[in-house]
Design a protein. Structure first.
Lengths: 223, 223
DNA sequence: GCCGAGGGTTTGTGATCACATGTCGATCAT
DNA sequence: ATGATCGACATGTGATCACAAACCCTCGGC
């Protein structure tokens, strides 16, 4: 085990008066998994999770159950918890789902896209270059997802966005393997195409660019 | 061979002698919600659920957490559990998701559809007539979903099917209101179109029929 | 040397409990 | 009669415990 960060404070002086324990654990784990901070097949224990977040097993179990329901974690037949190791078929299916959902989200966001949104996307895209420079795989995934989420938020389709995020969650640990393997040296080409299509109001171009961006990386994962 | 070290299968896939308590509760509630056996806005209590299934609060809580994660249940700010009352925007979004996912599933199932599948679909479709005759709203929803699931199972896309079922789950309580309101007297027209398109191997026709079938009913729910 | 059996340890499960908070109803003052 | 206030009850939360099963490491036999 590596560093152990403790949060033994039952009451936090934060703005939120009641940060439920199980929710803190859930969010903490979810972020780590989605950003690829945990390798595929990594085993977790309820007591370990509880200790790390300074809570007992009960909230840890609830957080794990929730993540299992979203496909972010796997339960062995005996109840052991681990991040899933995806088969090639599963990866291709999830990539197809990303394409299906995100093309639709982008298409719905297009008519609502102002200049301010495009500026934000360009800012995020620029910072992707920085994390690439730093060889920061987790940072790359996080910033890349932030780019997509920023665009899709404009679609005003929360259920659809939630489903897309669920797919990201399932792909998180596997994506780490991809971006840890290939050494990128430039910001994603398709992000520029997405921004260009947004500026031009070109819907077919946008759909193609999003589909390409989503499919491109995942295809390299299937060995 | 030393393969036996790898997979010491303790449980047969047929019948599990000891289904975990939380899983029994989860499946029981899930089925009821998906089939529209619980009205929208209905409040539930952990102790009540536990008493009903003969377990303590702990498994009940885990089952509820899982269903909340799937959007089948709602948590009030104070943690009270209830089935959600969907807004019109939400219903339309979920209908769009159904269309998106199920058209793709049907399309993938088409090249794998044998005559045996079509026969099964026709049998299910016939039994829809019976439940309509009996004015059985829950039975109608269940049989209708069975029709769709039977078709989509052929797509060999478990993640996509799981997402579609999650959408059904979210729409469950609301669907009850629809099918309880309108008095159907004949089996769904679009199911016949789906079967016809399957027989003809007509992919565009199949996509249109599925989209129509999915959209038709839900449109009446708004307002 | 390798395989299998044994036992100590780890791990998940479910019940129970103490506690805080929310909810609902009754009572009382106006 | 109506509205607010207070209190009893209901409800979710998280910790702890006992228990069974699984896992892993070691040891002994072939």
């Amino acid at each position: 085990m590596s560093i152990m960060l403790l949060a033994p404070r039952p009451e936090s002086p934060r703005s939120d008066p009641t940060p439920a324990a199980h929710d803190r654990v859930y969010r903490g784990l979810r972020t780590r998994i989605m950003h690829g901070a945990i390798a595929p097949g990594q085993a977790l224990t309820l007591r370990g999770i509880g200790a790390e977040f300074g809570v007992s097993m009960t909230p840890a179990r609830e957080a794990v159950r929730r993540l299992v329901a979203e496909g972010a974690l796997q339960l062995s037949s005996s109840g052991r918890v681990s991040t899933p190791e995806l088969t090639n078929e599963r990866i291709e299916e999830l990539a197809a789902l990303r394409a299906l959902l995100e093309v639709e989200l982008a298409s719905r966001a297009l008519p609502r896209a102002h200049m301010a949104l495009i500026d934000r996307l360009q800012t995020i895209n620029a910072s992707i270059g920085e994390v690439i420079e730093a060889h920061d795989a987790v940072g790359y995934i996080r910033t890349n997802l932030e780019f997509h989420r920023t665009l899709y938020l404009r679609a005003q389709a929360p259920a659809m966005l939630a489903m897309a995020e669920t797919v990201w969650l399932q792909l998180g640990p596997t994506m780490r393997k991809l971006y840890g393997r290939l050494q990128r040296r430039e910001t994603p080409h398709f992000h520029k195409l997405i921004i260009a299509a947004l500026k031009a109001g070109d819907e077919p171009g946008l759909r193609l660019a999003v589909r390409s961006d989503v499919t491109q990386g995942l295809r390299m994962l299937t060995t």
